[in-house]
Design a protein around this ligand. Sequence first.
Ligand SMILES: *[C@@H]1O[C@H](CO)[C@@H](O)[C@H](O)[C@H]1NC(C)=O
Ligand SMILES: *[C@@H]1O[C@H](CO)[C@@H](O)[C@H](O)[C@H]1NC(C)=O
Ligand SMILES: *[C@@H]1O[C@H](CO)[C@@H](O)[C@H](O)[C@H]1NC(C)=O
Ligand SMILES: *[C@@H]1O[C@H](CO)[C@@H](O)[C@H](O)[C@H]1NC(C)=O
Ligand SMILES: *[C@@H]1O[C@H](CO)[C@@H](O)[C@H](O)[C@H]1NC(C)=O
Length: 345
Amino acid sequence: MISPLLILFSSFFYHVALAGRTCPKPDDLPFAIVSPLKTSYEPGDQIVYTCQPGYVSHGNMRRFTCPFTGLWPINTLRCRPRVCPFAGILENGAVRYTSFEYPNTISFSCNAGFYLNGTNSAKCTEEGKWSPDLPVCAPMTCPLPPTPKFAELSAYKSLAGNRTLYGNRAVFKCLPHYAMFGNDTVTCTASGNWTELPECKEVKCPFPSRPDNGFVNYAAKEVLYYKDKATFGCHDTFVLDGPEEVECTKYGNWSAQPSCKASCKISVKKATVIYEGERVKIQEKFKNGMLHGQKVSFFCKNKEKKCSYTEDAQCIDGTFEIPKCFKEHSSLAFWKTDASDVKPC
Ligand SMILES: *[C@@H]1O[C@H](CO)[C@@H](O)[C@H](O)[C@H]1NC(C)=O
Ligand SMILES: *[C@@H]1O[C@H](CO)[C@@H](O)[C@H](O)[C@H]1NC(C)=O
Ligand SMILES: *[C@@H]1O[C@H](CO)[C@@H](O)[C@H](O)[C@H]1NC(C)=O
Ligand SMILES: *[C@@H]1O[C@H](CO)[C@@H](O)[C@H](O)[C@H]1NC(C)=O
Ligand SMILES: *[C@@H]1O[C@H](CO)[C@@H](O)[C@H](O)[C@H]1NC(C)=O
């Protein structure tokens, strides 16, 4: 049974509604949704504002009823984007971003020697979470380097499973008789591979030949290999030109080819010369001849200026040329002064 009062009340209400003014389509609010959305509302109709997914507001919801005046009340709702957790730091890498708000995307890169384990970008979702999960920059590693033929690994610092970090080195050594071509040191690169490996090649040298007027000694072996040595010497008055010891090089030749050079006979009977900074009598100092390479300075006269100067002479493989300006002093010409006693120019 319906109460007469209720009938009375509802008819009154109906009247008033008819008498009130309709509300217009409500104002658009950025990132908000109005429900239900219509072009006009009867007084008493209700609408609800909610923020779009990814946007939030304090309270997050506003409910309004269309008043008799037909004017919606002032709506202070503000929908703001959700903010994802701070993602500005990626260890050993970099994050590029404009903001951490929905619906922005941020991107990642790793420093040299590190690689991205994960995706190179992530989006701030409606729920305010990064998707996919943030990546990490993992250090680049290299596997154990392959050992070149005829070589052995002489230095290597490894992690678990024999891998090593970017920038680390491995050093190779060739087996005996083998010479290295390339760098003995390889480096683990930022791309996780190794720099170019060296090569080891077997190297033999021919037997060294005996120099004229001298001798050569080397190990009594069938074959001479890389790094084997030979020593040279010369007979009596001959002098070795070159090192005493030579080595078989990686090119299959000897590091040098020493030879024996003859000494010189002195063709002047008497002269004062300078040898190693001292005045000496050539006939006494070099009684037994001058060795290859030895050098003296002769005194010569400048007649016009009445002074003396020196000129060098060197024994080169049996040849010793006396400077042309030198005049041998005759013991008969006793009134003449020897050039070595004349004041220097
Ligand atoms: C990448 O990271 C995941 C966990 O974050 C880990 O399980 C996986 O082994 C990593 N992959 C590589 C290749 O390092
Ligand atoms: C690492 O390398 C060494 C030498 O090449 C080898 O003896 C060892 O078995 C390796 N270990 C692993 C875990 O691969
Ligand atoms: C060999 O490589 C290392 C680094 O990889 C470098 O420092 C060195 O200078 C190289 N040696 C030669 C002889 O090229
Ligand atoms: C190492 O890897 C990079 C990138 O994959 C490649 O460009 C380079 O040629 C490789 N280096 C060697 C020595 O294999
Ligand atoms: C040995 O051979 C190399 C390469 O052919 C050459 O450069 C070098 O000069 C030679 N050395 C000698 C001492 O002949």
